[in-house]
Design a protein around this ligand. Structure first.
Ligand SMILES: [Fe+2]
Length: 257
């Protein structure tokens, strides 16, 4: 069975593990953050970079990060229980706000021989680990109620994102989204949130999405959410400061089936 067939066959198991996004404060010590931060420069075998997106991604094998830092899997298990030894994810260094997307396996990845393991897993959780943020910057990640089960996507109905700037396939027609209870989400117009803004997302791209929670981007904390959960960078409506340099990593956790 392929990854995408697993998503269909084990749909209920995926949905049953859905939980609200949450922040765990002071999860990593300063020394652990140092180790995670340094590895992006030591393990990278190439850089992804485009001048229009102001986003540098040192491409590192995330399973190697786990091998180099034996404490990492133990620490994560205390929060999310058991998971597969295989991960996806990436490091990033950026000055930009991120579009709405899900971090999952891409179709191109699952076709590659080194991702043969993807035939035996289903999506489970994602974790964002903030590693650097400029002082006084005000960064948040918004987690939407809507979940997408399948391949990685960046959601762009109104056609502003360019494929060359995106790691993920950009989709113009949105598929069915699921709520935390597994029911199909039929949100209509985007209702402007009182407290948070998405300066980088045209209103048309927010149709069908609604905010479940917005969590602060603070070094030491981690954000844990469903790997299927759509999310985007956001800023506070009131005096937002988003002139930042930000570095972090995201890691996807899968369940063996
Ligand atoms: Fe993400």
């Amino acid at each position: 069975m392929s990854y995408i067939d697993n998503c269909e066959k084990y749909h209920k198991q995926i949905v049953d593990a859905f939980e609200p996004a949450r922040c765990v404060e002071n999860f990593f010590s300063a020394d652990e953050i140092d180790q995670l931060r340094l590895l992006q420069f030591q393990l990278a075998d190439r850089l992804k970079y485009t001048s229009t997106s102001n986003n540098i991604q040192p491409v590192c094998d995330i399973d190697t990060v786990f091998e180099r830092l034996p404490w990492l899997a133990d620490r994560m298990r205390t929060e999310i229980g058991d998971f597969s030894d295989h991960h996806t994810g990436n490091y990033y260094i950026t000055t930009q706000l991120h579009d709405a997307h899900v971090d999952l396996l891409s179709r191109q990845e699952t076709d590659r021989p080194e991702f043969e393991w993807s035939n035996r897993v289903i999506p489970y959780k994602s974790v964002v680990i903030p590693l650097i943020i400029s002082e006084r910057a005000d960064a948040y990640t918004a987690f939407f109620h809507q979940r997408h089960i399948g391949y990685s996507f960046t959601f762009d109905r109104v056609n502003i994102s360019e494929q060359e700037n995106s790691d993920y396939t950009i989709i113009r027609t949105y598929p069915d989204f699921y709520n935390i209870d597994g029911k199909i989400s039929n949100k209509g117009e985007y209702v402007r949130e009182k407290n948070f803004l998405f300066p980088q997302i045209p209103p048309g791209n927010l149709i069908g999405l609604s905010i479940e929670d917005a969590l602060p981007y603070e070094v030491g904390n981690i954000m844990i959410f469903d790997a299927c959960q759509i999310h985007a960078s956001t800023v506070k409506r009131n005096k937002p400061n988003y002139r930042w340099l930000k570095s972090g990593m995201n890691i996807q956790f899968y369940k063996e089936i």
